[in-house]
Design a protein around this ligand. Structure first.
Ligand SMILES: Cc1ncc(C[n+]2csc(CCOP(=O)(O)OP(=O)(O)O)c2C)c(N)n1
Ligand SMILES: [Mg+2]
Length: 797
């Protein structure tokens, strides 16, 4: 708890934090003449706005178990604080925004100074704290991680950041889930990037947060203002401040003391006491008083934070000035504002920082160095040891059991595999946590949920069951349930996966998160998926059902681009198996892959097999005939690496059909139809275009760097294909997914797939319409590998 003695130290540190952040930005100014100038500038004013709040938090309020998402543009303040705490190097500070330097936006994966949650795409870090709090509750409710104290999940939120819809989706979900231990601290500087925000937003926020069960603490007036309000005439001043429009207040902050005086005298100067209150202050004192909003006042902030002792989620609305303490303070254009060298010089001199001593940690501060260092050594936040945790890997069975029916879909297979896992009670089954945005039952998670129950901190019975009304699903909530049921918000799904998927490093307890959603709605949560991957969260997500195979559902539910998302998204390995035995192999691999972490990703293996990652399964509801075959180790490896020959092409092959996913029967049929008229036709089953492609790219790069023997899986497979042979590729998704196969060994290729929004119809109608049925495959083969007419080719409509 703060004492009076520590206030001067905190005040000195606040000055130093702001100085170091500004100096760091100034150093990155070599970029100022480039397009990057605006972006560098974005840090300056935006950082200054949070300098006081972050000083109060990091040097006094926070405890080691607390976790923070810092507003993206406050990155320099964060790095400056870590620098003072001895956790950031001067080299990285100097290289801010440069190669291997401190990151422009706090990054868990790229920064080295203990970033809890990455930020950058505004709104996401905010939601991440909410779901991390839920994750903490989940972990503790299951009896894990209790050797550590509970942490608060804290977001430092820009006021304009609250325009992002995902924050509201999260708020609603948080209310449903009984959110606790979450602080959102709003930097209410009333400025966004472009301009000044709307009047009176704080009132909307206040109502909104209260509606969702939060405490709301408004930190509006600093201690100087509070003292002035107690003077005769103070009430008038307060009333004036309360009714002053945001843009005017900002403009006056920018204009300074004499402008304040003129304005105040014009508007309330003839009202007796208040005139004296104004007159007795110099211009500088008047400016200091008017700029002394709560968010820049250590005593006001410390009081607010230390008084928030309940575990109820709490929103602090802290009034601040964007650019506080700097010459651009308050100006509506300040987001891009950079200080000129002359301004920096003036600022340096005012801070008593000697030239050449800009990086010195205690230079020019009014408190003795020893005292400052002793204080920093005792800062509660850093006295708990290593904050970035780890957890042992959970053993994954080599084979996942599943009973394969003669005809089956991959989605049913997925449900059955989880159901089988759910029978067990070992650690593996216990650590799986499933989640879905209102499509639990329709993505076949029902049997798993029946076995493992739904999670809630408080027990909630299934009323239908209690009333003895028959129902297929047991919908009972309890603290040891293993399914988190979400409302329909795919953005929330991916942030929940991000939070659950970081539990090993945040809570020191490993979870194996599995999420499901309809494949097209990946696009709905795409930035969140990207965010989760950027933070290196580990999870499995099944996009199911997918494609136009979802025939009767029409274009709004049919995914086209998702296979390309799966390929292009870093941090996630995408698979699209056709058969359930393949899926079982892939899931066993995935549960282990999700847990790997092997330091730097090597150039030799771009498949991330050492470093691990998340996994995306694109599944289907289409039941297809399943192969009866023994699963050999070779086949397993091929499935995981991305492809295998279902039928190896002969030495004289003219055609190879390469397919992925639910379209397998059409590919097989097409091969049968052309067998009489084309020699030695091959059939390549692609289980992961993503891994296949990544391996190929890596092998090429490796060869260019001198590893002449580097060979990727697809190169080895296509060695079996004679040079004159043509490829026809096909999938229920965008044709570009497999089109690159032709470039591997220089084979002609024709790629079939879906390019336009789907529509309703029977499967046969749609496959024919989009040209991915057997006949279209044969027609493509005939066109690309001319020869005698293929007899079974029907005339195309
Ligand atoms: C999703 C997303 N859209 C746009 C941006 C660009 N951007 C960065 S900061 C910002 C405005 C921030 O305003 P506020 O949150 O109030 O912070 P302040 O600059 O006032 O500190 C915008 C639009 C972004 N980072 N992320
Ligand atoms: Mg703002």
């Amino acid at each position: 708890m703060t004492t009076h003695d520590t206030l001067p130290i905190l005040a000195a540190l606040e000055r130093k934090v702001l100085w170091l952040a500004s100096w760091m930005i100034h150093n990155a100014n070599h970029l100022r003449d480039s397009d990057d100038g605006l972006k560098v500038g974005g840090h300056q004013a935006s950082s200054a706005s949070l300098a006081t709040i972050m000083t109060a938090l990091y040097f006094d309020v926070l405890r080691p178990a607390d976790r923070v998402a810092v507003k993206p543009h406050a990155s320099p303040i964060f790095h400056a604080i870590q620098y003072l705490l001895g956790k950031q190097t001067r080299e990285r500070m100097q290289a801010f925004r440069g190669y291997k330097g401190a990151q422009s936006y706090p990054s868990r994966t790229k920064d080295t100074d203990d970033v809890d949650f990455s930020t950058g795409s505004v709104g996401l870090g905010v939601a991440q704290t909410l779901f991390s709090s839920l994750t903490q509750d989940y972990v503790r409710a299951h009896g894990w991680g209790k050797d550590r104290p509970e942490g608060r999940m804290v977001a430092l939120v820009g006021d304009a950041e609250l325009d992002e819809g995902n924050i509201f989706e999260a708020l609603l979900e948080g209310w449903k889930q009984g959110l606790r231990n979450c602080w959102w601290i709003i930097d209410y500087n009333r400025q966004s990037l472009d301009a000044v925000v709307r009047e009176g937003l704080w009132e909307r926020y206040e109502q909104l947060f209260k509606n969702f069960g939060w405490n709301v603490v408004i930190v509006k007036y600093g201690s100087l203002q509070q003292a002035a309000f107690r003077e005769p005439g103070g009430d008038k001043l307060r009333a004036w401040i309360d009714t002053c429009p945001n843009p005017l207040y900002s403009a006056l902050v920018f204009a300074g003391g004499s402008a304040w005086r003129k304005r105040l005298n014009d508007e309330i100067g003839d009202q007796g006491d208040v005139s004296r209150l104004i007159e007795k202050r110099s211009d500088a004192e008047l400016a200091a008083l008017m700029n002394n909003l709560g968010g820049h006042d250590l005593p006001a902030l410390l009081e607010a934070f230390h008084n928030a002792t309940s575990d109820k989620p709490t929103c602090f609305i802290c009034y601040t000035v964007k650019g506080f303490g700097l010459p651009m303070a308050g100006h509506k254009d300040n987001h891009a504002g950079l200080m000129t060298p002359a301004q920096m010089d003036t600022y340096r001199a005012a801070q008593n920082v000697r030239e050449g001593h800009e990086w010195d940690r205690f230079e020019g501060l009014p408190v003795a160095e020893g005292e400052l260092q002793a204080f920093l050594d005792r800062v509660p936040f850093t006295t708990g040891g290593e904050r970035r945790l780890d957890a042992p890997r959970i053993a994954v069975p080599e084979t996942l059991a599943v009973t394969i029916q003669p005809e089956m879909s991959t989605q049913t297979g997925f449900g059955n595999i989880l159901n089988e896992i759910g029978r067990g009670d070992g650690e593996f089954a216990q650590r799986i946590v499933t989640t879905s945005p209102d499509v639990t039952v329709s993505t076949n998670l029902g049997p798993w949920v029946n076995r493992r129950g739904l999670f809630a901190r408080e027990k909630m019975a299934d009323t239908f069951r209690n009333e003895r009304i028959p129902s297929t699903f047991n919908w009972e909530f309890s603290p040891d349930g293993q399914h988190i049921e979400l409302g329909i918000a795919e953005a929330n799904l991916f942030i929940v996966l991000s939070a659950l998927g970081l539990s090993h490093t945040i809570n020191g307890v490993r979870l194996l998160p599995v999420g499901t959603l309809y494949d097209p709605f990946i696009a709905r949560g795409l930035d969140q998926l990207n965010y989760a991957c950027y933070q290196d969260a580990r999870f499995m997500v099944a996009g199911t059902p997918s494609g136009i195979t979802l025939a009767g559902e029409g274009g709004a539910h049919q995914s086209i681009a998702e296979p390309l998302i799966g390929m292009a998204q870093d941090g996630i390995a995408a698979f699209e198996p056709a058969y359930v035995d393949e899926l079982a192999v892939i899931m066993a691999f995935a549960f282990a892959y999700m847990q790997k972490s092997g330091g730097e990703q090597s150039e030799r293996n771009w498949l991330r097999d050492e470093t691990g990652g998340s996994v995306y399964l694109r599944l289907s509801t289409r039941p297809i005939a399943q192969p009866q075959r023994a699963m050999t180790d070779d086949l397993k490896r091929d499935i995981v690496d991305g492809a295998y020959w279902l039928r190896k092409p002969g030495p004289n092959a003219q055609i190879v059909v390469a397919y992925t996913g639910a379209i397998a029967p059409e590919a097989i049929e097409a091969v049968g139809l052309m067998a009489e008229d084309r020699r030695d036709v091959g059939l390549l089953a692609v289980t992961s275009a993503d891994r296949l492609n990544a391996g190929w790219t890596a092998a090429q790069r490796a060869r260019e760097r001198g590893l002449v023997h580097a060979r990727s899986h697809i190169e080895r497979l296509l060695d079996d294909v004679p040079p004159g042979c043509a490829l026809v590729t096909v999938l229920d998704g965008h044709p570009a997914t497999l089109a690159w196969l032709g470039a591997v060994n220089g084979h002609r290729a024709r790629s079939l797939g879906v390019e336009h929004f789907g529509q309703t119809g029977s499967l046969a109608d749609l496959y024919r319409h989009y040209g991915i049925d057997a006949n279209s495959i044969v027609a493509a083969a005939q066109a690309i590998a001319p020869g005698r007419p293929i007899r079974h080719l029907k005339a195309l409509p």
